[in-house]
Design a protein around this ligand. Structure first.
Ligand SMILES: Cc1cc2nc3c(=O)[nH]c(=O)nc-3n(C[C@H](O)[C@H](O)[C@H](O)COP(=O)(O)OP(=O)(O)OC[C@H]3O[C@@H](n4cnc5c(N)ncnc54)[C@H](O)[C@@H]3O)c2cc1C
Length: 429
């Protein structure tokens, strides 16, 4: 590092999957001083399962957290190990086709277990809790963060991983001369629950429903609704997400004072799927107390970086969960940024340029994943103009729709970033 200061000081605000993964990678480099600030009193995740595509699993490996991940991850069991999801009609569970991800299939974890496993890897002294960032200013070559408790921290650069409701996003967009971008309600809500897999097995046996539907991840499709299931906790639990969409208004609004997640009743969930078949009915009957999530995303941002401040994860590109790709995109951000920030060619003089190159490389792909996540919901819920509810078109479209997302070459991104920076020597691992 070309500076009198011995260590480059990097602050990360937000300890979700993206922020912790970045901190874990960066804190392995002795020439960097990493501090992670989390608003909550402890790391924590809500919700149930989270699944990762092949690209995200590669990012996990690349970030050096493959071992803790694999210890707790579930995979589609043999002999269906390459299947991501089987696609079925919601009305009768009729088979439409499958999406296949060779070597990965469906890779998923329980969210809380994953965050625990990551937090466990973090050396002491990196994470600080009860630190809600409320102010930000760049003075000369430093970034000053003010916290709600009245304390301050200064650093050389700040990475904001503060999620979909990010306040640092406003700072970045203001700096770019752009209007603020608020989360927007999608018109879709999701009932979520987890079922003991033995309970579901017994219920399916009693109803004469094929247990294959428990063994292999399933996606049931129908007009303005879809339901996904996949195993977590080494198959002991089945994660269920049942989506219902109201497309009657073009610009749906979620009341500002209403929480995005609330408890729901089984009766209302069953009612939403009353026209669907037995496999769905029996599945939902096994969830006595679902939660209901109002799904929000962000419009594509005009930039992720201003000065010495960069956005990663949902703060930059929150998306609908229909490709199971949101957290994975945060991990791709973290992987690329960690490779660039740990490189000895990073110095005080080129921090801004490095962040600009991160933006140039990552933003087009993350925006495409955002866009196609919304489109996937339209397709699953029979609102895609070309596919509609045509089984043959749905089958062929879904068979390889996700290949570009999963097969993305992150090493190419890194090579491209290094060329843009004029860094010709071998990359830091
Ligand atoms: C129903 C549903 C299903 C999903 N399924 C999948 C899936 O299967 N696969 C997938 O890849 N993605 C999925 N996603 C998306 C995924 O959950 C998110 O993309 C991911 O969790 C975002 O991680 P993050 O670290 O960017 O943000 P977050 O997890 O939101 O973390 C942000 C952190 O920042 C902290 N924070 C906020 N403001 C401040 C502040 N001012 N100061 C300090 N700290 C602050 C918060 O407390 C929080 O800990 C799903 C999402 C939903 C809603």
């Amino acid at each position: 590092m070309s500076s009198t200061q011995s260590k480059l000081q990097i602050a990360i605000v937000g300890g979700g999957i993206a922020g912790i993964a970045l901190a874990l990678d960066l804190c392995r480099h002795a020439h960097l001083d990493i501090q992670l600030f989390e608003a909550a009193p402890a790391f924590g995740e809500v919700g149930a399962g989270v699944s990762f595509g092949a690209n995200a699993v590669r990012a996990i490996e690349g970030l050096g957290i493959g071992k803790p991940y694999q210890r707790i991850a579930d995979r589609t069991p043999e002999p269906w190990q390459d299947i991501w999801f089987e696609w079925r009609r919601g009305t009768d569970a009729g088979y439409l086709g499958a999406s296949v991800a060779p070597g990965v299939g469906q890779s998923s974890v329980h969210r809380a277990d994953f965050l625990d496993a990551l937090a466990h890897e973090l050396p002491p002294g990196i994470a600080r809790f009860d630190k809600r960032a409320v102010t930000l200013e760049e003075v000369a070559d430093r970034v000053r963060i003010g916290f709600l408790d009245g304390t301050e921290h200064t650093c050389d650069l700040l990475i904001a991983a503060d999620g979909i409701k990010s306040s640092i996003r406003d700072y970045v967009l203001r700096g770019l001369g752009e209007p603020a971008v608020a989360p927007r309600f999608s018109g879709t809500c999701a009932y979520r629950g987890m079922i003991d897999s033995e309970t579901l097995r017994e219920a399916y046996r009693a109803a004469g429903i094929d247990e294959h539907l428990i063994n292999v991840p399933q996606m049931y499709l129908g007009l303005d609704g879809h339901i996904l299931t996949f195993p977590i906790k080494q198959g002991r639990l089945i994660n269920v997400v049942a989506f219902v969409s109201d497309r009657s208004v073009p610009d749906p609004q979620w009341p500002q004072d209403k929480p995005w997640v609330k408890n729901a009743t089984q009766a209302e969930m069953l009612d939403a799927f009353s026209q669907w078949g037995d496999a769905v009915r029996v599945l939902l009957e096994c969830i006595p107390a679902p939660t209901l999530w109002a799904l929000h995303d962000l419009a594509e941002l005009p930039g992720y970086v201003h000065g010495r401040v960069a956005l990663i994860g949902d703060a930059a590109h929150a998306m609908l969960p229909h490709q199971g790709a949101g957290a994975g995109q945060g991990l791709e951000d973290a992987w690329l940024l960690a490779r660039l920030l740990a490189d000895p060619q990073l110095g005080h003089e080129n921090i801004k340029r490095v962040l600009e190159v991160y933006d140039a490389v990552r933003r087009p792909r993350a925006c495409r994943v955002q866009r196609t996540s919304w489109e996937a919901g339209e397709l699953y819920e029979w609102r895609d103009r070309q596919a509609g509810d045509d089984p043959a078109v749905l089958s062929t479209t879904l068979a390889n729709r996700f290949d570009w997302l999963w097969n993305h070459d992150m090493e190419n991104d890194l090579a491209s970033a290094r060329v843009q920076l004029g860094w010709q020597t071998a990359a830091v691992r």
